[in-house]
Structure formats: C-alpha cells, structure tokens
Design a protein around this ligand. Sequence first.
Ligand code: B1M
Length: 213
Amino acid sequence: MNESLMTIRNAVIDGSSKDVEGGIGAALAAGLAPQEILESGLIAAMSMVGEQFEQGEIYVPEMLVAARAMQVGLSLLKPRLIEEGVKAKGKVILGTVQGDLHDIGKNLVGMMLQGAGYEIIDLGTDVPPARFAEAVREHRPDLLGLSALLTTTMGNMRDVIEAIEDCGLRGSVKIIVGGAPLTEEFARSIGADAYGADASRAASLARSLTSTG
Ligand code: B1M
C-alpha cells in the first residue's frame, strides 16, 4: 500500500491531526485520487478504531481523538471531493437523530451530496423529531437524510418520519436513511424511501429520487 495512506491510517488511529494533514498532503502530491485517500486512508482507519474499541483495546477518549483527526482529514479533502459540484440540483436537509452524537458519516454524506450539486442544510446531531419536521416545513427540501450509528437510536428515525407525516408533509419530501446498524429491510419497515449503505450510494439515490426524467 502507498506509504502516505499508511501514514494517514496510523495518524487517525493515534489521533494525530498534524500527521493526518501531512499524510494527505503527501498522498495528493503523489497523485492519489481524493476518493482513494478517503476510502483506503480515513475510512479504513476509522473501522480499525471501531474494532479496537469493540475488543476493549481503546476507550471513548481515544475514539474521540481519532474522530477529531478524521474530521481534520475530511475538511482537507472536502474541496477536492466537491470540486465537481455544479449548480444546485435540489435541497437536502440532513441530520443525526435524537440521542446520537455521531456525525462523521453524516458529514461525509453531506459532502458527497454537495459534490453531486445539492444545497445542504445540516441540522447537526441529536436532532429531535419536531426539529426535523419544523425544518421540512420551513425549507421545503426535496430530500431529507437521516443518520444513526447506534442500535439504540436507529428507532428514532421512525419518530421523525411520523412527525413529518403528522404535519401532512410526508408527500412533499423523499427520505433517505443510513448508518452502520441499518439495513434495507429496516428502512422499508419505518417507511423511508431509500436506504443509503454509504455516502456515494446516498448521492446516487438522491439523483434517482429527485430526477424528473
Ligand atoms: Co461511537 N459507537 N459511541 N463514538 N463510534 C460506534 C458506532 C460503535 C459501533 C463502536 C463499537 O462498539 N464497535 C458503537 C455502537 C454499537 C451499537 O449501537 N451497535 C458505539 C458506541 C457504543 C458509542 C458510545 C455509546 C460509547 C460510550 O459512550 N460508551 C457513545 C455514544 C454517544 C452518542 O452518540 N450518544 C459513542 C461515542 C463516540 C464518539 C463521540 C467518541 C465518536 C463519534 C465522534 C463523531 O462522530 N463526531 C465515536 C466514534 C468515532 C465511533 C466509531 C469508532 C466510528 C464511527 C465513524 O465515524 N465511522 C464507531 C465504530 C464504527 O463505525 N466502526 C462507533 C466512519 C464513518 C465514515 O462511517 O458513520 O458508518 P459511518 O458512516 C458511513 C455509513 O454508515 C453511511 O455512510 C457513511 C460513509 O460511507 N451513512 C449514511 C451514515 N449516515 C448516513 C446517512 C445516509 C446514508 C448513508 O443517508 C442520509
């Protein structure tokens, strides 16, 4: 594997933002594609961090510094990833559901959608159902994207969809859900329009759900 990708992985795992920055600079200078740096460097490192956490080798503080280093890497790659963005194809509201603070995947989905030409309104993390419904009423988006990383919070997606139904707005917006514990079947069971397994799938789903042709 390319040496700079190794540097990036180790730097994320060690929580060293400075080395992530150096590694990404080196990888770009070596001509690696931003998508490859993202997948084989940053995302690969994060799944190793997850495994170490699961095995009790590291704890929440280490996971947090790794996440910060990953965010630094994402912000460096962001301009490259959205470079191809053209004029807005539609409006998307994004958020992580109530009780859940994980936002790296959601941010990545936001970047990919921005790169695909969508205007993004990001409500952040730990967003209550009423806040989602209020934002849909206010902004009238084409799409609503919900993220959840915990088995204990994924059920809150159903509450968001119900809140939007209760306001009579369900017919006006397509809903994509995603996050590591979700499945296609779960998405269907809560009445979402689509399940995005990853950020690039979310972008292609957005394109097909909003295409008029
Ligand atoms: Co947490 N955490 N965490 N964590 N964390 C997980 C999710 C966990 C799987 C770790 C583990 O045990 N192996 C586990 C969940 C277990 C479960 O429920 N099954 C877990 C736990 C238990 C917890 C705490 C409860 C720990 C504790 O306090 N004891 C706690 C909960 C806090 C809370 O939310 N209330 C907690 C806290 C944290 C930190 C704050 C330390 C930090 C988050 C920092 C941040 O996000 N700003 C953190 C991290 C970093 C992780 C892991 C290691 C990495 C998550 C990540 O960013 N992955 C994670 C383990 C893992 O996932 N391997 C873990 C990289 C990211 C690019 O992937 O988010 O999956 P992901 O997003 C993907 C897809 O899922 C998809 O596309 C993305 C990119 O392709 N996707 C969508 C996501 N949203 C989408 C939306 C879409 C479409 C696709 O459409 C709208």
